[in-house]
Design a protein. Structure first.
Lengths: 306, 464
């Protein structure tokens, strides 16, 4: 039986055709996205996470559309298929900080739910400055553009030290599980509402996806907009305290340097030039982000003190 | 004449004064600053290997580990733009240290002085503790010819020990010895750990105190040994300091030969006869050779009379490396030999073997002369003491065992082609050797897995 027929039958649709085979369907109920799942525990987490994030009013996540029987999935060839609403029109960033902030808070809060077996699978990428130095050995002594790497090593070590202090400040708090594909590009506009198309990858217990999300935001909208976003998120999910320290620590860690050094290991000149360029940009944008987040935390602290 | 590479490794510990301990090394490089001059028949390679780099002192890290104050969060938690970064303003300490190099090579070993290149092939470092930098590097000198004229270095054939002459009467083999003796033999040079005030004190703010400098003996001689092209079988050329390197010249070599001539034959013979189980290429050559010989003599003994054999032997066995190994063996003596592992034939790949093609072989008279040259090696002012042994080399272990056990002190190897109907027991009886000895020498064979045409090596005692 063809997937289209299965979907048509299971979900009670009248018209189903491929819009973008094998992911996007055009149906009599609008565009739908098919997601394929091989790992049942991962599917279960994403189902519950989306359901949890969609409990309150406000921005919506692309929950699993239920079948005629009320199931969140259908089984096909020892895999699972889920169906989601899909939209094309992007949801703007600037001026929509409240809605995006609310979405961020929902995602973070939903990430705190019990992982149910996913803990062992979740990525825990800890930064190790010694391994960074090992990676830097071949290039740190080189001149030219590579001197940038050498100079940044000092600052990178300071960043790593500071990040550890921030983690200590956070005490026993841990970051929520996050979808690694968190991105401003996934926001869709549905009747002036924010509709967010989440991913299907293994969640990670780190603020790295939010760091990347905020980098995208500050690059597109600037510092004042970012602070408004944080304020909006903070209303539903406290970012000014322990979780804020963890977020700041994640921003402080020089991940961009590690990524650059990993890319330089290949020895390809074109890739090296590109990596160094990307590293410079990310270093600067991340610096702006850290400044914005810490300033926002300072402002929040002053308000509390008053 | 073939161009050759001289490669040696350096292992060096650099000790730092209190207060200048390293938190993190950010950059460290070793670069040659070399001048090559030619004077009175010698090429001088002088200059230095310059160690330079930057590191973060430990004390600044300790300062940074202080608690966060009560100032604003954004002031404490921040980092600088790349455009604001400057190495000198960051409190980094600079490392600048020169390891003097002084090498002399007889000019006949160099075709053109401007073709000599000194390069740091690899360089790495470890930081075992904040006050010590452990450096390791591989230095390569190219542009040196690996042959030498036979006439000024050889003794008259009459001086050759008669036993030795009998052992190596085959011209091909003698040629091989002669050639092999010339390869790298003069490339033994010394590193003299002279620590002058200038050497030991580095530019501010660093002070380097190499480990050897703490030794009250102001001058220590270290031996550097040339390495072949082998990547696996490195000699243990661990060096405590590279301060001065000097090749021994031809006169030294001759003097050394005269002094140590008595010791040479046994070592030479044993080494020469040692089969190398690990060199499949060589083994193959031996086997091909063996099949050729079957047409001459079914139970051929390894005195290598036929010309066809000699050529095969010299081109396949390719013992170019031997003189250096002999020299090392003699220099180190029996105790050192236990630690030393010969850098076996693996290093002599097809490229080197090509140079031993038949048309390149000198005349037979030269072989006789060269035979003398191979016997006594160069003298060294102080014996090198390898730090560790390469125990994986079974041949070396076997050699050591043979040297240790007087009752099994064999002086040569016979190569025997197994015939139909032969058994190891019968061969042992015929050559008066124990089956255990035979199996130890021929580790690649099993007692019940031998077949006609297979080559085995039979150790023969010098007394027989």
């Amino acid at each position: 039986m063809d997937i289209l027929d299965i979907v048509k039958e299971e979900y009670g649709l009248r018209e189903v055709s491929w819009m973008e085979n094998p992911f996007i369907l055009l149906t009599d109920s609008g565009c739908k996205r098919i997601r394929y799942w091989a790992d049942e525990s991962l599917l279960k987490w994403h189902t519950e996470w989306r359901d949890e994030a969609g409990k309150k009013d406000g921005p919506m996540l692309d929950r699993m559309i239920r079948t005629k029987k009320g199931e969140s999935r259908i089984s096909v060839n020892k895999q699972w298929i889920t169906l989601h609403d899909s939209c094309i029109e992007p949801f703007g960033l600037l001026g929509n900080e409240k809605q995006w902030g609310a979405l961020v808070a929902k995602i973070l809060a939903a990430g705190e739910m019990e992982a149910r077996g996913l803990e062992v699978l979740a990525e825990t990428d800890e930064f190790d400055f010694q391994s960074l130095l090992e990676l830097a050995k071949p290039v740190a002594s080189s001149g030219g553009s590579f001197s940038l790497i050498r100079m940044s090593l000092t600052e990178a070590r300071k960043r790593a030290v500071q990040a550890n202090k921030l983690i200590e400040l956070a005490g026993n708090s841990v970051p929520p599980l996050l979808d690694p594909q968190l991105s401003t590009d996934s926001g869709r506009k549905v009747m002036d509402f924010l509709f967010y198309e989440a991913g299907d990858q293994m969640p990670v217990r780190t603020y790295k996806p939010l760091r990347r999300f905020l980098q995208e935001w500050i690059a597109a909208c600037g510092t004042p907009s970012l602070k408004r976003l944080l304020t909006a998120a903070d209303r539903d999910y406290p970012l000014h305290s322990e979780q804020g320290f963890l977020l700041a620590a994640e921003i402080m860690i020089p991940w961009e340097l590690k990524e650059c050094l990993l890319n330089l290991q290949g020895g390809d000149l074109e890739e090296a030039v590109s990596s160094l360029d990307r590293f410079s940009r990310e270093w600067e944008i991340n610096r702006r982000l850290l400044m914005a987040v810490t300033e926002w935390m300072d402002e929040n602290r002053k308000k509390v003190a008053l | 004449m073939n161009q050759s590479k001289l490669r040696f490794s350096i292992e060096e510990s650099v000790w730092l004064k209190k207060g200048q301990e390293v938190a993190e090394v950010y950059a460290l490089s070793l670069d040659p600053e070399i001048t090559i001059t030619e004077e009175s028949g010698q090429i001088s390679i002088t200059g230095a290997l310059v160690l330079s780099g930057e590191y973060e002192p430990a004390n600044t890290v300790e300062n940074e580990n202080s608690d966060m104050g009560s100032s604003s969060f954004s002031e404490q938690v921040s980092y600088r733009s790349l455009t604001q970064l400057s190495v000198k303003e960051d409190g980094l300490m600079g490392i600048k240290h020169r390891f003097p190099v002084d090498i002399t090579i007889p000019s006949y070993r160099v075709e053109r002085a401007d073709q000599i290149m000194v390069a740091v092939e690899s360089f790495d470092y470890e930081l075992p503790n904040p006050a010590c930098l452990e450096l390791s590097a591989s230095i390569c000198i190219t542009g040196i010819k690996d042959e030498r004229p036979a006439e000024p270095e050889t003794k008259p054939a009459a001086e050759v020990n008669s036993t030795e002459q009998a052992e190596y009467s085959a011209p091909g083999k003698m040629q091989a010895k002669g050639e092999s003796s010339s390869i790298f033999a003069p490339f033994q040079f010394e590193a003299r750990a002279k620590y002058s005030e200038e050497d030991s004190v580095t530019p501010e703010p660093l002070y380097f105190e190499p480990a050897e400098a703490r030794n009250p003996i102001k001058e220590t001689v270290f031996e550097f040994k040339a390495q072949g092209e082998d990547k696996e079988g490195y000699y243990d050329n661990s060096l405590h300091s590279l301060k001065s390197i000097a090749f021994q010249d031809a006169a030294d070599t001759q003097y050394a030969r005269n002094e140590e001539a008595e010791e040479t034959p046994d070592v030479q013979e044993e080494f020469e006869g040692q089969p190398n189980e690990e060199s499949s290429y060589e083994q193959q050559q031996y086997e091909e050779l063996a099949y050729e010989e079957q047409t001459y003599n079914a139970a051929y003994e390894a005195h290598y009379e036929p010309v066809s054999y000699q050529e095969s032997y010299s081109s396949s066995y390719n013992p170019n490396h031997r003189p250096q190994q002999w020299a090392e063996q003699q220099q180190w003596g029996a105790e050192q030999q236990q630690q030393w592992v010969p850098e076996h034939q693996q290093q002599w790949g097809a490229e080197q073997q090509q140079q031993w093609s038949a048309e390149q072989q000198p005349a037979a008279e030269e072989y006789a002369e060269e035979t003398v040259y191979t016997a006594p090696p160069v003298q060294q002012t102080e014996q090198e003491k390898p730090k560790k042994s390469y125990t994986q080399d079974e041949n070396a272990l076997y050699l050591t065992k043979m040297l240790d056990r007087n009752e099994e002190k064999f002086s040569k190897m016979k190569m025997y082609i197994l015939q139909r109907g032969d058994s190891l027991d019968r061969i042992c009886d015929r050559y008066d050797v124990s089956i255990n000895t035979l199996l130890r020498v021929n580790r690649s064979i099993q007692q019940d897995q031998v077949c006609a045409g297979q080559i085995i090596y039979i150790p023969v005692s010098s007394s027989r």
